[in-house]
Design a protein around this ligand. Structure first.
Ligand code: M6R
Length: 367
């Protein structure tokens, strides 16, 4: 069952190259120039009529949705709001018939997400579900479904479901962008080529697990830490922070790096670990100044950045981990991997039940 791994979580982290390939399989044309999603019922005409998007989910699935927001806004140029499912349905969201509501759920059984889906449909919106389970409640009730092909996820901490949800967002974003003419064919082909390189790039990251294990073990001695990032890296920081809390029980916060100086810097003391994501080249220099702010208070910083920055970042951070180069929009599919491994090895070092963390269930079927 665990295919030789000590825990389901570790197996599922290692399943990710296959999960990416399977989720892309048959959805990219043979010439690599277009996305085909024959499972969608929504017609090109209907898609052209959509003028706003709400992405609604819980926990890790919501974090995938935060990346999804950037994907849709940058490729399709339509405004996207994201919301926690348990908040969404009680705040009278402004939903019109031209709103597309996207619900994201690994299990397809999360009660809050299902209730949000029903509320959206009641208000006249069309609902697209991104889910890992064929025949789940969410899959049955949504108007359109994109199945992620991550395979069964057993560990309570979600890993391959999250990253496959990212792949689903990329595919849908590209399909939609082409349908309404928001991107040209060459741009789409370029992004698809980069996506097809992701599985092998994930394998390269996984082959460096030992380096990450050491970082995780040193972090496990601390009671609190920070994940910081800007833009899409901030969304990934939130996922890294949730994963660590969930299975290692170490307190952490994810912060938009530019926001630290508005209060939270006060919590950084001598030795506080900070995990800084710097995969967005246009925000790289800004991130370096934010790192400097934390170092000035004694932070011990791990920088996660693109390959090529190794030498020059060494003077700004205490440790570093480089991820293979990809397009800026695709970095979450790589940068989340070291964060998953950090939480796994920290939990392991602390002797916790990695696959079944305390107080949590795999599928939350109560509201
Ligand atoms: O099955 P779902 O994707 O709807 O589950 C949503 C959350 O309960 C889930 O992602 C939770 O946050 C994970 N245990 C996080 O690892």
């Amino acid at each position: 069952e665990k295919a030789g791994f000590d825990h389901f979580m570790l197996k599922e982290i290692h399943d990710q190259p296959k999960a990416y390939r399977d989720t892309m399989l048959g959805r990219i044309s043979d010439d690599g120039r277009s996305v085909d999603l024959p499972e969608l019922n929504i017609t090109p005409e209907q898609l052209k009529g959509i003028n706003r998007v709400h992405i609604v989910a819980c926990g890790t699935a919501l974090h995938a949705g935060l990346v999804g927001k950037s994907v849709i806004e940058s490729l399709v140029r339509i405004p996207v709001e994201t919301d926690v499912a348990s908040e969404y349905r009680y705040r009278s969201p402004i939903i019109t018939k031209d709103t597309l509501v996207i619900v994201v759920s690994q299990s397809g059984e999360t009660a809050d997400t299902l209730a949000a889906l029903r509320e959206a449909q009641r208000c006249g919106a069309r609902v697209l579900a991104i889910t890992n389970v064929v025949g789940s409640s969410v899959a049955r009730e949504a108007d359109d479904v994109i199945i992620t092909l991550a395979g069964p996820e057993i560990a309570v901490a979600s890993t391959k479901a999250y990253s496959s949800q990212l792949i689903a967002f990329y595919l849908f974003g590209l399909y939609w962008a082409r349908t309404i003419g928001a991107q040209d064919e060459a741009t789409v082909a370029h992004i698809l080529a980069a996506m097809q390189a992701l599985p092998e790039q994930v394998e390269r990251i996984l082959s460096q697990s030992d380096t990450i294990k050491e970082v995780a073990e040193s972090i496990s001695h601390h009671s609190s830490l920070f994940f910081i990032g800007r833009g899409i890296d901030y969304a990934v920081a939130m996922e890294g922070s949730l994963k660590l809390k969930e299975i290692s029980y170490i307190h952490s916060e994810a912060y938009a790096a530019g926001e630290l100086k508005h209060g939270t810097l006060a919590l950084i003391e001598e030795g506080t670990p900070v995990i800084a994501l710097l995969t967005q080249e246009d925000l790289y220099e800004k991130m370096l100044s934010n790192i400097k702010e934390t170092k000035a208070r004694g932070a011990h910083v791990l920088g996660i950045m693109n390959e090529g920055h190794e030498e020059e970042i060494a003077k700004s951070v205490d440790r570093q981990f480089a991820i293979p180069r990809t397009l800026p929009l695709l970095t979450p599919a790589l940068s989340v991997i070291p964060l998953q491994l950090i939480s796994y090895y920290a939990s392991l070092a602390l002797g916790h039940d990695v696959d079944k963390p305390r107080n949590l269930a795999k599928s939350v079927t109560v509201e």
